[in-house]
Write a protein that binds this ligand. Structure first.
Ligand SMILES: [Zn+2]
Length: 450
């Protein structure tokens, strides 16, 4: 009854041809960047931006990092409310999108009318891949319109022709009640909230008799790829059609989505965005071979208001495959971790830097800014037991006070951040120093009892 693809020609074209198709557009985009953006004029001053002919030539150009954009937004003026990377006049901008701001002051991105059309089409493409159709009644459970998964997701559902029921923001009892009464067929939530609702439905404390959800979409944090979480959602919500999706507010808020094979997310924004895979340490471009793991880098070759060239997402992804029975030719990925260090404590996203910041603020005189969080294995993101946290003591305090201090720190973190930690204070200079970045998260060696 419905077509199989949102954009059949591009979605089923051999990937190599898609890259050739993108090359022209990328060349135009790159050569115009310095004249459009004050930020890129400086950023690319040492690079030749004309003469770029193929997708592969992208790797000759510098990356753009989150810090670059943060710096470019250090001063926001009336004429440049989106900072030095704002590439159109303010009067051409019709929407502002913000990052969640978990790691500091939020960053802002802008959309012109054309950018909005591009976003909505790309987002609709992603939702279509995940199985949303015009006859769906969709419960949109993200409650903040200004974040990437807010207003623009709503637009994406409407573009497909599905019925948008924006229930995000209501108390969970009301959400469940409305989902039944409105005969909701599909829902979108963050993975944590999806699990929360699944638990609520299973507990039997709300009247959920009328709920009959057929399709479940989640993203925004890693987790849905884990079989245990899928199982929890499947059992709690009574739904088998479970699809993971993902995007990036800076680039496009939904670009990746699982097809009916449910094993890895296709890239669905090939009409507007180019992707590369790089080794985050050496920064070398990696071939898109099955099993490859790296950081995904984005180039928004159709973006007018806040364009991005080789933008480092800090999303670590694994390539699952590029040959899919669904007929789509774009590579399929699974997200291993969003940002290098983020961890999840009982469904809540925590950045180790935020813990460090808090400890230093409260106990700065007694400890050094040397912290270590221990993971059991490299892919561990979730902690359901107290997070093992080692902190180096200041030389000003006696070792006798370590146990009491550890207790104080743990209590304060719990009170202020709602996170349980298992704190251990170590003598001064216990940790190795590095002149480069010192990671905050470490992985226990197998067999170690640390
Ligand atoms: Zn597929």
């Amino acid at each position: 009854m419905y077509k199989s693809f949102w954009n059949e020609e591009l979605e089923t074209k051999p990937w190599k041809e898609v890259l050739e198709w993108q090359s022209n557009k990328i060349a135009h985009f790159v050569s115009a960047l310095p004249s459009r953006s004050n930020f890129y004029r400086e950023h690319l001053s040492k690079n030749k931006t004309r003469g770029l002919k193929t997708y592969e030539h992208l790797s000759d150009l510098p990356f753009t990092t989150k810090q670059d954009i943060r710096d470019a937004q250090a001063v926001l003026t009336q004429t440049e409310p989106f900072g030095r990377n704002q590439s159109v006049n303010q009067e051409e901008i019709i929407q502002s999108v913000c990052s969640s701001g978990t790691t500091g002051s939020p960053m802002y991105y802008a959309l012109t009318r054309k950018d909005l059309d591009v976003w909505v089409d790309g987002i609709a493409n992603t939702f279509y891949t995940t199985g949303i159709r015009a006859d769906d009644m969709v419960a949109h459970l993200v409650s903040l319109p200004m974040v990437a998964g807010g207003m623009s997701y709503a637009d994406g559902f409407r573009k497909i022709g599905a019925t948008l029921c924006w229930l995000g923001g209501f108390p969970k009892e009301r959400i469940l009640r409305e989902m039944g009464r409105l005969h909701i067929t599909a829902m979108l939530a963050t993975t944590s909230f999806g699990v929360h609702l699944a638990e609520e439905m299973q507990s039997g404390s709300s009247n959920t008799d009328e709920i009959n959800i057929k399709k479940y979409l989640s993203g925004g944090e890693p987790g849905l790829a884990q079989p245990k979480i899928r199982q929890k959602i499947e059992e709690g919500l009574g739904v088998k059609h479970i699809r993971e999706m993902m995007g990036l507010g800076d680039v496009m808020s939904a670009m990746w989505g699982e097809c009916e094979m449910q094993n890895g997310m296709h890239f669905n924004a090939q009409r507007y965005v180019a992707i590369e895979l790089i080794d985050p340490e050496t920064c070398e471009t990696l071939p898109m071979n099955e099993g490859a793991v790296g950081e995904v880098v984005y180039t928004t070759f159709e973006r007018e208001a806040t364009p991005l060239l080789r933008y480092r997402s800090r999303d670590h992804m694994q390539l699952i495959g590029s040959d899919c029975a669904c007929g789509r030719t774009s590579p399929k990925f699974q997200c291993i971790g969003r940002t290098d260090d983020m961890i999840i404590y009982k469904g809540m996203n925590i950045f180790p830097t935020a813990i460090r910041e808090f400890v230093m603020k409260q106990f700065g005189g007694q400890v050094e800014p040397q912290l270590r969080i221990w993971k059991d294995h490299a892919h561990q993101v979730k902690f359901d037991t107290p997070i093992p946290l080692e902190i180096e003591a200041s030389s000003k305090i006696s070792s006798k006070s370590y146990p009491e201090l550890a207790n104080d720190i743990s209590n304060k973190i719990r009170q202020h951040m709602q996170v349980r930690t298992d704190v251990k204070i170590l003598p001064p200079a216990s940790f190795p120093r590095s002149s480069y970045k010192t990671p905050l998260v470490y992985v226990r060696e197998p067999g170690s009892k640390k």
